[in-house]
Design a protein around this ligand. Structure first.
Ligand code: GDP
Ligand code: MG
Length: 306
């Protein structure tokens, strides 16, 4: 299986190991303020965020003082332990919620422009087709004509149904039509792509909130997932984006796209800590198979892998 994150020279594992062994020799000389600050810098630099970083540093300091950490592997394991602790506090499970039998499942994808919404939908549709499902892709990003075409191309490529309108159409009407089409038997899973940029942030939130309302009125219990797609390479910006979307919408899960393009996967941990929402999927490349369910254990292992 491909790696989730870029490893190599700048990897977190390398930096922590250097910290533990060569840089300050904390495991030999004991720990001091300067070396703790160094560790703090490393974790913040890997996007773990203030809260997880602070907790990890305190934990490591305690373990070193009590003599429980003796090797660099012990340090790495201890950091992995704090990471898993964050995910352990959330009701996890990367499975996406489905409608009761006989009703179409409706998943909505939201997020700012360029984060990877359309690509994620294309990849997920491919996965669904392979599993024997019949997905329908709905182009409710009607703000740009190019966005509609991009989704149509994905639908053709993976063998999914497609519902779209011309640019400038009402996105909520597109979502409505898509669900109706699925109810008529065209598909069992409706994946709704939404706009990431409008004239203002308030316009965008109002538009997506309307899409959500229209879906809920059309079908009781829908949408079954409201997935916020975030770009793993933008670091702490992802936190502010999540804050804005969560204020307007009932986000049920996160998708972290472009995890393959960063060596600093700590943002996944920072998001889990801050919002307590499960990470459902991670994007690991631009190809059709580059989408995986999120597995905290594997993530903790890989973020700290050589
Ligand atoms: P949208 O505006 O949110 O719909 O974003 P797009 O789906 O159009 O993606 C924007 C760019 O990010 C495209 O060039 C995609 O190929 C790229 N992209 C999306 N997901 C991933 C990923 O997991 N890894 C990498 N490396 N690139 C991605
Ligand atoms: Mg798009």
């Amino acid at each position: 299986m491909a790696r989730l994150l870029r490893g190599g020279k700048g990897s977190l594992w390398k930096r922590i190991r250097d910290w533990a062994v060569t840089d300050v020799g904390v495991l030999v000389r004991g720990i001091d303020e300067t070396s703790l600050e160094r560790l703090e810098e490393i974790l913040l630099g890997a996007d773990f965020g203030v809260s997880v970083t602070a907790r990890t540093v305190v934990e490591i300091e305690t373990l070193i003082r009590t003599g429980e950490l003796r090797t660099e592997k012990d340090v790495v394991d201890a950091v992995a332990g704090t990471i898993l602790g964050v995910f352990g506090g959330i009701e996890q499970g990367s499975a996406l919620r489905r409608a009761p039998a006989g009703e179409p499942t409706v998943w909505v994808f939201v997020g700012v422009n360029g984060v990877g919404k359309t690509t994620t939908i294309g990849k997920l549709a491919h996965r669904l087709v392979r599993q024997g499902h019949r997905p329908l892709l709905a182009a409710a990003d009607t703000f740009r004509a190019g966005a509609i075409d991009q989704l149509r191309i994905w639908a053709d490529r993976v063998g999914a149904e497609f519902v779209g309108s011309q640019s400038g159409a009402d996105p909520a009407a597109v979502a409505f039509d898509a669900i109706e089409s699925a109810e008529r038997g065209q598909a069992d899973t409706v994946l709704i792509d939404t706009a990431g940029r409008l004239h203002t942030q308030a316009d965008l939130m109002t538009e997506i909130a309307k899409v959500e309302r229209v879906i809920a009125r059309k079908q009781a219990g829908a949408p079954h997932e409201m997935l916020l797609v975030l770009d793993a390479t933008v670091g702490q910006n992802a936190i502010s984006q999540a804050r804005v979307f969560r204020q307007a919408l009932s986000v049920s899960g996160l998708v972290l796209a472009k995890l393959d393009s960063t060596a600093r996967g700590g943002i996944v941990v920072a998001l889990a800590e801050e919002f307590g929402i499960p990470v459902k999927l991670v994007g690991t490349g631009e190809q059709v198979d580059d989408l995986e369910p999120f597995d905290p254990e594997r993530f903790a292992r890989e973020v700290l892998a050589e």
